[in-house]
Ligand binder design. Structure first.
Ligand SMILES: Nc1ncnc2c1ncn2[C@@H]1O[C@H](COP(=O)(O)OP(=O)(O)OP(=O)(O)O)[C@@H](O)[C@H]1O
Ligand SMILES: [Mg+2]
Length: 244
């Protein structure tokens, strides 16, 4: 079942084209990676899918809802961890999640149950009374994820969730993503860490607003004759430059 479908999506800021006509689709239960360097258009694409930015061309659907006309329905059914997500430093771990539960209209016993489940999902139940300001970066990312999934959305958009996190914490974070996808969640995740490309079921390499290559990590490596996705990316980006 196709959960996210994008065709010819385009975004210009003035004379600058940030997203230059991209096509991709994501199936239910997939971890789909959006891999590309700084400024390649990853965040802009996610913002268009959530209706936070208006496309200049093309379109898309999330869970069957049109991104141009039904973004409210999309936002209710998706989780979003923004690249620079905000936590309330003066609030505890539980209070932060509780805040987001309220934003999504969860109240009373239902909210309490969802918060407990979110804490368990991200493996933070023992520190629920700690203030957010006291958390390590890795724990902050996990709390950010808990806030994004407290309403149990079937689809999640995670924009560089592991930025600035140490290798062990990144690995633990990816284990959480595997568990979520294993229970049927669909996840679109962006990163510029090439090693994380290998963790995705399918991915696309994006550069200067264009998709250079997409497929499974295995397919990409076989067709390029290398085990190193970073090398493939560098090669294609270089070819692109030479061809103008
Ligand atoms: N509101 C805006 N106005 C003008 N230019 C913008 C705006 N938002 C993004 N851009 C530009 O569009 C390009 C793509 O930005 P985007 O944030 O989507 O990249 P990204 O792939 O998420 O990069 P990063 O890895 O640094 O987060 C960049 O050159 C950026 O400067
Ligand atoms: Mg970004």
């Amino acid at each position: 079942m196709v959960v996210i479908e994008v065709t010819g999506l385009r975004k210009r800021f003035g004379a600058f084209t940030a997203v230059d006509g991209i096509d991709f689709s994501v199936e239910k239960g997939e971890i789909f990676g959006f891999i590309g360097p700084n400024g390649s258009g990853k965040s802009t694409t996610i913002r268009m899918l959530l209706g936070l930015l208006t496309p200049c061309g093309g379109g898309g659907r999330v869970l069957g809802y049109d991104i141009a006309t039904q973004s409210e329905a999309i936002r209710q059914r998706t989780g979003y961890m923004a690249q620079r997500f905000s936590l309330y430093d003066d609030l505890t771990v539980r209070e932060n999640i509780s805040f987001y539960a309220g934003v999504y209209g969860l109240r009373g016993a239902c909210a309490a149950e969802r918060i407990r489940e979110a804490l368990e999902t991200v493996d933070l139940p023992d520190i629920e009374n700690m203030r957010a300001s006291a958390l390590s970066t890795g724990w902050r990312q996990r709390l950010g994820l808990a806030c994004a999934l407290v309403h149990q959305p079937p689809v999640m958009f995670l924009d560089e969730p592991t930025g600035g996190v140490d290798p062990l914490a990144r690995r633990q974070f990816w284990d959480l993503l595997y568990n979520l996808a294993g229970s049927g969640s669909t996840i679109l995740v962006t990163t510029h860490y090439m090693d994380e490309a290998d963790h995705c079921n399918r991915l696309c390499l994006i550069n200067e607003g264009r998709i250079l290559l997409s497929g499974t990590p295995g397919e990409m490596k076989r067709s390029a004759g290398t085990r190193d996705l970073g090398e493939i990316f560098a090669r294609i980006a270089q070819q692109g430059k030479e061809n103008g």
